[in-house]
Design a protein around this ligand. Structure first.
Ligand code: UDP
Ligand code: MG
Length: 315
């Protein structure tokens, strides 16, 4: 008979003391129903509350727990990457600590993996507890990025997903520093399947996201995945230059025929403002891409691990 397969569950967390114990309970209960060996890999993304000590205490009750303690807060994308690097499972599941991703769905994910899918992602049918504005901006973001980039990022899909060893190995080869995970998950390809669920509001605690962070996320996502904005700047330059040429010719002929008239302040100021706007925008777009090159060219490691904890040894 085959050796039982190993499932790794990765849970990145940042200041989740209010939910982490409940989260572990739910995950544990679900895993008990699965006929698989499991490792539960928590990644502490620089929490400054008691979440880490709560988990360290839990190790004595559940030896499946392993904890990676990062040296500071690197952001969820990097924390997730640290988990993916260390996970040794034949299949790996990434799940949030705030119980917005129902752990029970892991059973369906594993079933789909047995059917042969390499990536099984959870797709939200509704977003409870989120404002209309957040839903609308999210929708717009996916529309734009899918239109202008060559990979197809499914809408209403978070990071909650199962990946086969093959998919994880592929993803781990992508070492870019600015990690737009939603894009990378789609970019690696492999047979993918969606499982629908309705997303609950946070169990407790606060989301660490705000609009400034979401905007940065959107801009980084788009600039990491497509050069289309650069092309847009080129088109804008081309169109404005053409317009300027036509307008220039018009004013030249007009002056030659009707003589010098000191008028047209409105035209002048409008044209100046318009061109400055287009120029600044284009410089900004260039800046985004230079920013990416700057970050990547430094070749820094993605994260540092301060300590790892597990039942066998505390190192
Ligand atoms: N998280 C993290 N590092 C961060 C921010 C968040 O590891 O810098 C974790 C957080 O603890 C949670 C998950 O990422 O387990 C999702 O975070 P959150 O609920 O704030 O995001 P949202 O659900 O609003 O997308
Ligand atoms: Mg959340």
């Amino acid at each position: 008979m085959d050796k039982p397969k190993l499932l790794s569950v990765i849970i990145p967390f940042f200041n989740e003391q209010a939910v982490i114990a409940e989260c572990h309970k739910r995950i544990q209960q679900t895993l008990d129903k699965l006929d698989m060996e499991t490792e539960i890999l928590y990644v502490n993304d620089g929490s400054i509350d008691n979440s880490l000590s709560i988990l360290v205490d839990l190790i004595t009750h559940d030896p499946r727990i392993k904890i990676i303690d990062l040296s500071r807060n690197f952001g969820k994308e990097i924390a997730m990457t640290a988990g993916l690097d260390k996970a040794i499972g034949d299949a790996v599941i990434v799940i949030d600590a705030d119980l917005q991703d129902p752990p029970e769905l892991m059973i369906d994910m594993v079933a789909a993996w047995h059917e042969g899918f390499d990536v099984v992602y959870a797709k939200r049918t509704e977003r409870k507890g989120e404002s209309f504005a957040k839903k609308a901006t999210a929708k717009l973001f996916y529309k734009i990025i899918n239109k202008i980039s060559d990979c197809n990022i499914p809408e209403n899909v978070g990071d909650f997903r199962l990946m086969s060893r093959q998919a994880v190995d592929a993803l781990n080869q992508v070492r870019e520093r600015k990690r737009f995970m939603k894009g990378l998950f789609a970019w690696i390809g492999f047979p993918q399947k969606a499982i629908e669920y309705s997303r609950d509001p946070r169990f407790a605690g606060e989301t660490n996201w705000n609009y400034r962070k979401l905007t940065t996320f959107a801009i980084e996502g788009i600039s990491a995945f497509t050069q289309e904005p650069l092309r847009l700047a080129t088109y804008a330059g081309f169109i404005t230059a053409l317009t300027a040429f036509i307008l220039g010719a018009y004013f030249l002929v007009k002056t030659l025929i009707f003589g010098e008239v000191v008028q047209g302040f409105t035209t002048l100021i409008t044209v100046i403002l318009f061109f400055s706007g287009v120029q600044l925008l284009s410089i900004g777009i260039l800046g985004e891409y230079i920013g990416h090159m700057f970050i990547e060219s430094k070749q820094r490691p993605l994260y540092f691990i301060k300590q790892t904890y597990s039942a066998q040894n505390d190192t």
